[in-house]
Every structure is written in structure tokens, then in C-alpha cells.
Design a protein around this ligand. Structure first.
Ligand code: UDP
Ligand code: MG
Length: 136
């Protein structure tokens, strides 16, 4: 039985700035995730605040929104078998120090905030996040 899903991936400013976009895209493609839409954009702090509003009560919320809007990001729709969980697995743990070897965050993350990538955490949130960046 197939379970084709879509999920949202963001390459965060720290990684775009270090020209890691192509290397990170290769990790997804090698794992059979298709990039069905993508764009490089620079969002405002207000847009970052809307995107991350689930975290609004957390102590790191303000810094997180400042950071995501600090430079260009590369957003992608990834599609494939179990795409939501697979993307999370390929990213690794939130804190690069805790991430498994060869995950995006282990390879490229600088710190818990500059952790190079975002990925939707459920099919439901993936739909909301894809719509946020790619509404037609
Ligand atoms: N974050 C942070 N400090 C923390 C926890 C999270 O700066 O103590 C940032 C980090 O960049 C993370 C984002 O907030 O990627 C969203 O947090 P979440 O718990 O959703 O982690 P993720 O789903 O990105 O692994
Ligand atoms: Mg999250």
C-alpha cells in the first residue's frame, strides 16, 4: 500500500548563506523525495511570526522569528512515500548536537537555533505550511 505525502521543507538562512542549498536538495533527491515546487524568498518578521505562531508562548519565539527573517530562505514542497517522517529523519534532531550522523542538522547545523532546516511535523501541519508559502 502506498502512502504518498507532501511536506514542507525550509532551508534556513544560515544554510542558504553558506551555499548549502544544492547539497541539501541532493539529500532529499537521493532518498526518493521529489521537489515538486520551490522558491528562494526573504520573508518579513511578521510573516515569520505567522508561520511559527504555534511557538508564540515559547521563550525563543521572538529570536526565532527574527532569525527566520534575517536573510533569504529556500522553501520546497517534498513529495514521496512517507514524506513527512522521512524529511524529519533526514533532518535529524532539533539540536544538531543530538542529531544522528549524516543528517542535515548534524552535517550542517551550527546551533539549536541555526539548525539549517525546517520540516513539517505532521501531514496536517504540512498542508497548512505548504499553503502558507504556495497558495495559488
Ligand atoms: N528552537 C530554538 N530553541 C529551542 C528550541 C527550538 O531556537 O530551545 C528553534 C529551532 O530553530 C527549531 C525551531 O525553534 O528548529 C522550532 O522548534 P521545534 O521544537 O518545532 O523544532 P523542529 O520541529 O524544528 O525540530
Ligand atoms: Mg517543529
Amino acid at each position: 500500500m502506498s502512502n504518498i505525502e507532501q511536506t514542507l521543507s525550509i532551508i534556513k538562512p544560515d544554510a542558504v548563506e553558506r551555499n548549502l542549498t544544492e547539497d541539501i536538495k541532493k539529500i532529499f533527491i537521493k532518498s526518493n523525495l521529489k521537489i515538486t515546487n520551490s522558491k528562494k524568498i526573504h520573508i518579513s518578521k511578521e510573516e515569520a511570526a505567522e508561520f511559527y505562531k504555534v511557538h508564540q508562548a515559547r521563550p525563543f519565539y521572538n529570536d526565532l522569528c527574527t532569525y527566520l527573517s534575517s536573510g533569504p530562505i529556500f522553501v520546497m514542497i517534498l513529495e514521496g512515500e512517507g514524506a513527512v517522517a522521512l524529511n524529519r529523519k533526514l533532518m535529524g534532531a532539533t539540536n544538531p548536537k543530538d542529531a544522528e550522523p549524516n543528517t542535515i542538522r548534524k552535517l550542517y547545523g551550527i546551533s539549536i537555533d541555526k539548525n539549517s532546516a525546517h520540516g513539517s511535523d505532521s501531514v496536517e501541519n504540512a498542508k497548512i505550511e505548504i499553503n502558507f508559502f504556495f497558495k495559488d
